[in-house]
Write a protein that binds this ligand. Structure first.
Ligand code: SF4
Ligand code: SF3
Length: 543
């Protein structure tokens, strides 16, 4: 196997024997072949668009396939291979329609077939990441693919709420197809990666519209991090539709619902606050789940990445849905209307002990664009008066690497007249510190999930307008972003597309950036890594 798609890639180079994430070789092969099958389907879909054939079922399937291969989403080889088989079936079906309309598709990705597991494994060995020999082309192709994986997740969440954008699917098909096109130059691939950033913005805007249109605008909220005295279900991941269904189905059952990791953002939406059995947030970022899930005592529902292969002590209580999957854990599928039946989880919860308290207190969040813009006058005054000297965008991911303590130390070390704007699970490195406020404005403003980085961009663009600046880079905002998985890649490409410069990325730069590709990002966008807290704070404060 060879995988280098996340920040924890072994030795900052790539996992070759077993993933640091827990992915074994046979799961890695099934993911490689699913990505390849998706590229084949994308080629047919892209060709179809040229002759007027668009199949929304295919677009949805490609989106789900990519999401399935995001780090820590799905460890279930059989489920992944089932998706491969269905992808090949859809490809053949679409090929007939495209050829009838005058389209023409040829090539291995659109012609190969396999039936047995052994055949899939043999094929996987020839189509993985290393199949592209030139390291720069490989780097650019993978940068695009990882961006698309992140985008697919955001699109899937929006689609679950009935929102869609055909242009994004068209781009995804085009870009995936391009990753097998040997005629493209490095410059053309760089341009495609930047174009992915444009669609990243569109995808995040669509999801923002879907979430706020369905559940209202996030508002300032104090979230309890302690426990109550009834049994509970812990819901993790990013899918708000799943949270809605679970809250509805648990109403009046005596079972309470707690959020975990990225689902914390659910606490900020007005539509969810009306449920009295919606308890607080339990635990921390995804990577602590093996300690925290067993203390929760009740069942856990994983709606997306980030799953850690479970310990036996709670494996029978772990359920997956959507793109996530763990062999041996029950997976709950949606019916044809998008409904999911969580009754088995609810019945299990009734017989479980109440959660064991691991923390007490409150955290504050809900600072997405609408809420921050409602406070805009206050924020602008604070900047004009010098009460706020600088903003730090510290969005992104958390992870298990010890080097990530940098972000806790950084949050503590920046001057008291600075404010952190955050989104994604990176916040767990500093959202429980007592960093105080500036004239009533908390020093950590949490917009929500990683996709809510979109909110931070909206806020930055608004500030640019208010201050009458020509360039978003003239604002007193520094970007010190922590990344882990592929959603952070699409967030990064989106920021680059919007013209944000001098983003610092840590705790390490992606292993998939070859030296030449990294140089392009450094030269054109001022991308840099991190060094140590003291030097970095000094450097950032100089503007
Ligand atoms: Fe390694 Fe990350 Fe790939 Fe897992 S997802 S195999 S940790 S590079
Ligand atoms: Fe976190 Fe997985 Fe990326 Fe959504 S939950 S930011 S790592």
């Amino acid at each position: 196997m060879f995988c280098y798609q996340c920040q924890e890639a072994a030795g900052c180079k790539g996992c070759t024997v077993r993933g640091v994430c827990g992915k074994n070789e046979s799961v890695a092969k099934s993911q490689d072949i699913l990505v390849y099958a998706s590229k084949g389907l994308a080629i047919v879909s892209n060709e179809g668009r040229k002759v007027g054939v668009i199949d929304s079922k295919v677009d949805k399937y490609i989106t789900e396939n990519l999401f399935t291969t995001i780090t820590n989403a799905n460890f279930d080889r059989n489920a992944i291979l089932d998706r491969v088989k269905e992808t090949l079936r859809l490809r053949e079906e679409l090929k007939v329609k495209v050829e009838e309309a005058g389209g023409n598709v040829t090539g291995d990705a659109t012609d190969w077939s396999a039936v047995t597991e052994a055949e899939f494994d043999i094929k996987a060995e020839t189509v993985g990441v290393l199949a592209t020999e030139n390291e720069d082309v490989r780097s650019l192709r993978e940068l695009i693919i990882y961006g698309l994986k992140g985008l697919s997740a955001y699109m899937k969440h929006a689609m679950n709420l009935g929102y869609n954008n055909e242009d994004v699917h068209g781009f995804m098909a085009k870009a995936l197809a391009a990753t097998l096109d040997d005629s493209l130059t490095a410059d053309e691939l760089v341009a495609l990666a930047m174009e992915a950033g444009k669609y990243g913005v569109d995808g995040m805007a669509l999801l923002d519209q879907a979430n706020t249109g369905t559940y209202g605008h996030p508002e300032i909220t104090k979230v309890d991090i302690g426990v109550r005295n009834k049994p509970g279900i812990l819901i993790s991941g990013h899918d708000l539709k799943d949270l809605e269904l679970l809250l509805k189905q648990t109403e009046g059952t005596g079972v309470e619902v707690y959020t975990h990791s990225e689902m914390l953002a659910g606490q900020y939406y007005p539509e969810f606050k009306k449920y009295s059995h919606f308890a607080g947030n339990y635990g921390n970022a995804w990577w602590k789940q093996t300690e925290e899930f067993e203390k929760f005592n009740g069942p856990i529902l994983m709606t997306t990445n980030c799953v850690v292969p479970p310990k036996d002590s709670y494996k029978d209580k772990l359920f997956t849905t959507g793109a996530s999957g763990v062999p041996g854990c029950k997976h709950i599928d949606a019916d044809e209307n998008g409904n999911k039946d969580f009754s088995e989880i609810i019945e299990m919860a009734k017989n479980c002990k109440c959660p064991t308290e691991i923390e007490t207190g409150e955290i504050v969040g809900g600072f997405a664009h609408n809420q921050v813009l409602a406070l805009a006058d206050k924020v602008v005054d604070a900047v004009k008066s010098g009460a706020i000297k600088r903003f730090f965008v510290m969005a992104g991911c958390d992870g298990r690497a010890k080097s990530r303590n940098y972000y806790t130390d950084f949050a503590k070390a920046i001057p008291n007249d600075t404010v952190i704007l955050t989104a994604g699970c990176a916040k767990y490195k500093y959202n429980k510190l007592d960093l105080g406020d500036i004239g009533g404005i908390p020093r950590v403003l949490d917009a929500g999930q990683c996709n809510d980085s979109y909110s931070l961009v909206v806020i930055a663009l608004k500030l640019k307008e208010v201050f009458g600046l020509d360039d978003v880079n003239e604002l007193p905002i520094s970007y010190n972003i922590a990344w882990y998985e592929q959603k952070a890649v699409i967030v990064l490409l989106s920021l680059l597309y919007l013209g944000v410069k001098n983003i610092h990325l840590g705790p390490t730069l992606p292993a998939f950036l070859s030296p030449n590709v990294a140089k392009v990002l450094v030269d054109n966008f001022g991308i840099a890594g991190i060094t140590n807290v003291e030097d970095d704070v000094k450097m950032f404060m100089q503007g």
